[in-house]
Design a protein around this ligand. Sequence first.
Ligand SMILES: Nc1nc2c(c(=O)[nH]1)N[C@H]1C(S)=C(S)[C@@H](COP(=O)(O)OP(=O)(O)OC[C@H]3O[C@@H](n4cnc5c(=O)[nH]c(N)nc54)[C@H](O)[C@@H]3O)O[C@H]1N2
Ligand SMILES: Nc1nc2c(c(=O)[nH]1)N[C@H]1C(S)=C(S)[C@@H](COP(=O)(O)OP(=O)(O)OC[C@H]3O[C@@H](n4cnc5c(=O)[nH]c(N)nc54)[C@H](O)[C@@H]3O)O[C@H]1N2
Ligand SMILES: [Mo]
Length: 766
Amino acid sequence: MHRAAPKHDIDESDLSVTAPKTQAAGVKAVTVALERAVEEMGVVRTARTLARVNQRHGFDCPGCAWPEPSGTRRPAEFCENGAKAVAEEATLRTVTPEFFAEHSVRDLAGKSGYWLGQQGRLTHPMVLRPGDTHYSRIDWADAYRLIAETLRGLGSPDEALFYTSGRTANETAFLYQLLVRSFGTNNLPDCSNMCHESSGTALTGSIGIGKGSVTIDDFSKADLIIVAGQNPGTNHPRMLSALGEAKAHGAKVIAVNPLPETGLIGFSDPQTVRGLTGGISIADDFLQIRLGGDMALFQGLAKLLFEAEDRAPGTVVDHEFVNTHTAGFAEYEKHMRAVDLDVVQEATGLTREDLDRTARLLAESGSVIICWAMGLTQQLHGVATIEEATNLLLLRGMIGKPGAGVCPVRGHSNVQGDRTMGVWEKMPDAFLDALDRRFGITSPREHGWDTVDSIRAMRDGRARVFFGMGGNFVSATPDTEVTEAALRACELTVQVSTKLNRSHVVHGGTALILPTLGRTDEDVQDGARQQVSVEDSMSMVHLSTGRLKPVSSELRSEVGIVCELGRELFGPEHTVPWADFQRDYDRIRDAIADVVPGCTDYNAKVRGRNGFQLPHPPRDAREFRTATGKANFATNELHWLPVPEGRLILQTLRSHDQYNTTIYGLDDRYRGIHNGRRVVLVHPRDITEFGFAEDDLVDIVSEWTDGTERRVQGFRLVGYATPRGNAAAYYPETNPLVPLDHVARRSNTPVSKAVTIRLERHTHTA
Ligand SMILES: Nc1nc2c(c(=O)[nH]1)N[C@H]1C(S)=C(S)[C@@H](COP(=O)(O)OP(=O)(O)OC[C@H]3O[C@@H](n4cnc5c(=O)[nH]c(N)nc54)[C@H](O)[C@@H]3O)O[C@H]1N2
Ligand SMILES: Nc1nc2c(c(=O)[nH]1)N[C@H]1C(S)=C(S)[C@@H](COP(=O)(O)OP(=O)(O)OC[C@H]3O[C@@H](n4cnc5c(=O)[nH]c(N)nc54)[C@H](O)[C@@H]3O)O[C@H]1N2
Ligand SMILES: [Mo]
């Protein structure tokens, strides 16, 4: 039998720290995954569910966006953390109206996100009206009416915000943006604004499309794979298999990271200082870079490549590619030749030998892939950094050939698909034109607000309704205090959710919780089982079919919720056939085929053996749809992050036991942290230099340029193999430290990976 939800909350005094793990995955990972699954679902449901993850007739894992293999699939095509994601959703624990009657909102607001999430699946639509102390039941019809009336009462459609988290399937995403644009706004902030927006911005300018240019099969054809700013052992474990296979075919793998992350990098001597250097597992080489040093690294490597070209002309620069397909090369070359390698060493913390060795490998490799994730995107100069990575590949002619290309590794399982379907606050006019033509609506052309601008709008009273299609907006966003006040200032907050989270207890004047089916749940409409479709990190689109019996008959599918709200908001005569769409998701896919580029014959193509791959002009034909009609070399002034005296630069990252704001458990097994999350990882010598000892309790204070300070309290100091001057702590606990205005240039992404902090001895409790 499955176990009841925990009654007690986290007790950080149980925290313990051991040596980090040398090996990722293995038997321990399987045991952990199965234990968690059985705890949540029981034995039978576990066996039935896990057998269908990522299978051709099964459902897409709600974990990450890493693609499935194109050939044979193994019986278990999931990882430890995928199994945890599935268990978290397929749990038999429930949060019922009785639960809400027992717990006031105030009581719930005092619980941790971990405790809230562990209580189980939401079973009924609930409402909290002004003055209520507890959520109470509401009928679906009344909930839709309430939303529609509030929306119609706004001074302008732009006073409403419609957030999306990247788990939403293509069909939902398409209808959701259609609803929002029919209503009259482009305010479609999404989790991507906090995630790979920097990648999209950089790649669109450089190669004309904001998506990665490699496929899963390229991995086994690559000579060199650079993995920068990414922790695949935890966040994309199946990527380790692809890297392992690449190595079996002779590829070299270089990890670029401030931390020696388990799975990518092994340690030979974890007994000494925790995690300090050592042996090797997947990565052949480990560049332990300082936070924010990547732009310098890529520029330094470019300089060394130009010097290598001088020594052996015609062997390093791919002149044919550069001449035929690119623009801006001369200026780029001039700029790179002037790069000062001493500055590069200071910025990166790497040695000249590190740089030379890497440049040599780059020059010798016939096919190179660069992969990256949040370590690069959530930086002040994330866009420029990704442009520099792309420049390196362009210079070597590494786009649009086998075994080579750019590979931004996406997070949420359908975050890329949501964008393809139009969830973006600044969708191009061509898309809006097609949408308008197909449905006889008039989409607004003025761009909407992204995540950070949405928070500003709520804070300043310019937005009054927040609608969340999944996700946990309050906990995922920066500057928690400001963001919480912003949401509380709203007239109405609506959360379409599977599980309880903090966004339900930090609410507007009126609040609604709309419980929805998850990826694993069976979705029956009009007597027929429906399927949805998703797009992975490599532009593969395929179907996903849930088969589990939902925990409550009161759950609605996300598609159903959008369609029913659409009917209520626009009436039965609306030009969009909401009822037809709800009855048969094939009709939605027909509409997608008519509107979304690359989706002709969508219904037939998603039903192919592996689904189908969306077009990607640079990958398919070395075609670059930029303003110049060519791939652009971007020229950027070098920026890096010197550490101010007595301060540290803090990155906020994920433990091995969480999915973003969903905390599965309290063990960051690979990093050796157990039974707690309030830790800050600092270099042992920095700890002593600041007059502390390991295990001391500290407050973390962030300092912002306007002189304001932000503080989180009671974090335990853990000596760790991070570069001097750099620290790491978990998100979302440290989100209060990230100032709202601390955003990446050009992408407006919160800079979650570089916050200037100081440590103070913890003296009192809040
Ligand atoms: N199990 C699990 N899987 C997940 C998620 C999850 O929470 N749990 N989240 C999903 C989502 S939405 C996303 S976006 C991805 C996130 O996947 P990742 O990007 O791997 O996630 P983070 O934990 O933020 O790790 C950032 C990594 O970048 C490194 N880093 C930080 N700053 C720098 C820097 O300046 N330079 C370099 N070179 N490296 C740096 C950190 O040390 C860390 O290894 O994972 C997805 N998959
Ligand atoms: N400091 C800091 N902040 C960060 C980051 C960081 O590295 N550091 N990372 C950023 C990144 S990369 C991302 S992507 C965002 C994540 O931001 P979000 O996507 O908003 O957050 P999640 O924690 O993934 O959302 C979890 C909630 O989604 C709901 N949910 C789960 N499955 C479903 C479903 O199938 N349907 C519906 N409707 N709801 C569902 C559940 O109620 C659950 O509580 O956070 C960002 N914030
Ligand atoms: Mo993400």
